[in-house]
Design a protein around this ligand. Structure first.
Ligand code: FPP
Ligand code: MG
Length: 277
């Protein structure tokens, strides 16, 4: 939906009608396919048994078939991308696949130093979540405009909305219950991950540092860390940071000519912040 709206907003900005070009429609589909493939693989890495309220592929068919299913979706996406026949677009969307894998690798490691840790978290967040949105938005802008400023607006909107989306996701892992999410909550701590709320909480409760370093692996760590986070203002601070990214997304997209699609992208930043599942 974001990619379709961005395509229409860029088309109108370039003094055309809003109708999608066939290649822009393909980008929206390819983007969704890369996203789906990455989630199928992610559920294997995380050992997840539920996604969007349904049993995961790895749970039903086993890990080997789930990995191959993800690869198959990615191969179909690659074929569709090649068919567009635009090398700039191929390189922008290939960057997404590299970023997804690097982001997932970054998540497997942790940083000792607290300043480095937050930087590492934001960089991982960009690669794992925001790069797909940023580069897909950029790709549809390239197809209609040769102006690098328009490409940058599309990219920056996607980057900021994407980071905000993941920050909210990290908050919901603490504040929403499994029924609402359609996937288990407190999952991040159980996976050993220190996300925004924990990193902010650690500034108030330095006791969290050693738990973060051992990836909440000792008996009782998950429960203790959970309580520290809820006693701290880590959830509020992470939500506040998400708001700042959404404001920046709005500022960027407002540089395009007015259109209903541009306004929908602005409203979308509010939905990102208010969602509860
Ligand atoms: C969800 O994270 C995971 C991602 C957004 C990216 C996963 C990327 C890979 C597994 C690399 C392989 C990529 C491709 C293209 C096949 P999460 O676990 O924080 O979110 P969740 O709670 O929804 O599972
Ligand atoms: Mg996961």
């Amino acid at each position: 939906m974001i990619v379709v709206l961005m395509a229409r907003a860029c088309n109108i900005h370039s003094n055309r009608d809003g109708d999608l070009l066939p290649a822009q429609r393909s980008i929206a589909m390819i983007s969704e396919m890369i996203h789906t493939a990455s989630l199928v693989h992610d559920d294997v890495i995380d050992g997840a048994d539920m996604r969007r309220g349904k049993t995961t592929i790895n749970e039903v068919w086993g890990e080997r078939k789930a990995i191959l299913a993800g690869d198959f979706i990615l191969s179909a996406a690659s074929t569709a991308l090649a068919r567009i026949g635009n090398t700039a677009v191929v390189s922008v969307l290939s960057q997404v696949i590299e970023d997804l894998v690097r982001g997932e690798f970054m998540q497997l490691g942790s940083k000792e130093n607290e300043n480095e840790r937050f930087k590492h978290y934001l960089e991982k967040t960009f690669k794992k979540t925001a790069s797909l949105i940023a580069n897909s938005c950029k790709a549809v802008s390239i197809l209609v405009s040769s102006d690098p400023e328009v490409h940058e607006i599309a990219y920056q909107y996607g980057r900021n909305v994407g980071i905000a989306f993941q920050l909210v996701d990290d908050v919901l892992d603490f504040t929403s219950c499994a029924n609402q999410l359609g996937k288990p909550s407190a999952a991040d701590l159980r996976l050993g991950l220190a996300t925004g709320p924990v990193l902010f909480a650690c500034q108030q409760f330095p006791e969290l540092h050693s738990m973060i370093m051992r990836r909440f692996g000792s008996d009782g760590d998950v429960d203790r860390a959970w309580r520290y986070v809820l006693e701290s203002d880590g959830v509020e601070q992470t939500s506040f940071l998400a708001q700042r990214y959404c404001h920046e997304a709005t500022r960027q997209i407002s540089r395009l000519q007015p259109s209903p699609e541009r306004d929908a992208l602005i409203r979308l930043t509010e939905l990102v912040l208010s969602r509860d599942k």
